[in-house]
Design a binder for this molecule. Structure first.
Ligand code: 13P
Length: 248
């Protein structure tokens, strides 16, 4: 079964206006990218990226985070309604840096996913195990726990899943294509058996040190439908190479 391919860049807390301009002018033939491709910049630059849709109408713009609440007294938060009104296409939820550095719980992430879906904003639900969890044989338990709590009462129709093993993020250590494919197959099994979802219809992206040199092999695996990329999404040239690989 062929699912849509995705290439998403998570810029994390990087890039000012000058770097963004350089990124946009260095994109190589973006009109030829034949996949769902987009960037989640720092929140303050979301509107700048949306402006870039004028030249690259297929560019999707994401938020790295969103609030689980409606409008109100939540200093520093980003309302889903505001993101949608601005023209944002997707939001990350449950990135491992939010889980570990900002103590986001499975329950909070679940509430964010549900809130995003309620406003038709595509949630990209992230999960992954630490090295210690993998080495001690707990990977499957951890992933299953994150899936069952994070996707409770979630609609399977408007969601993308991103498997990002924590030990592969920003470390240069990529999961082998076999390791990633195996984890994705396990995720498909859990969402089929425990959530009763049609896993064949769910796109699962891999994240963790993806770069032009390893992307083709990763995307060649049956269960890998795209990538969520940090470092290698920061320059237009490198991100273009990734988008082209996802377009073949
Ligand atoms: P790197 O591609 O820099 O390893 O980051 C992965 C990531 O965290 C994307 O969300």
């Amino acid at each position: 079964m062929s699912r849509k391919k995705y290439m998403l860049g998570n810029w994390k807390m990087n890039h000012g206006l000058e770097e963004i301009d350089n990124f946009l002018s260095d994109l190589d033939s973006p009109s030829s990218f034949n996949c769902f491709w987009g960037i989640a910049p720092q929140a303050i630059h979301i509107l700048r990226m949306i402006k870039a849709k004028k030249r690259s109408p297929n560019l999707k713009v994401g938020s790295q985070n969103c609030s689980e609440n409606d409008f109100g007294a939540f200093t520093g938060e980003l309302a889903v309604q505001t993101l949608v009104e601005a023209g944002v296409d997707f939001t990350l939820a449950g990135h491992s840096e939010r889980r570990s550095l900002y103590s986001e719980s499975d329950e909070l992430i679940n509430a964010k996913v549900i809130k995003a879906q309620s406003e038709n904003l595509l949630p990209v639900f992230c999960l992954g195990e630490t090295l210690e969890e993998r080495d001690s044989g707990k990977m499957e338990n951890v992933l299953e726990g994150q899936l069952l709590s994070g996707l409770k009462n979630v609609d399977s129709k408007n969601i993308v899943i991103a498997y990002e093993p924590v030990w592969a993020i920003g470390t240069g250590k990529t999961a082998t294509p076999e390791q990633a494919d195996e984890a994705h197959a396990f995720i498909r099994k859990v969402i089929t058996e425990k959530l009763d979802w049609d896993a064949n219809k769910i796109s699962i992206l891999y994240g963790g040190s993806v770069k032009p040199a390893n992307v083709v092999e990763l995307l060649g695996k049956e269960n890998i439908d795209g990538a969520l990329v940090g470092g290698a999404s920061l320059t237009g040239a490198s991100f273009s190479a990734l988008c082209k690989a996802a377009s073949n």
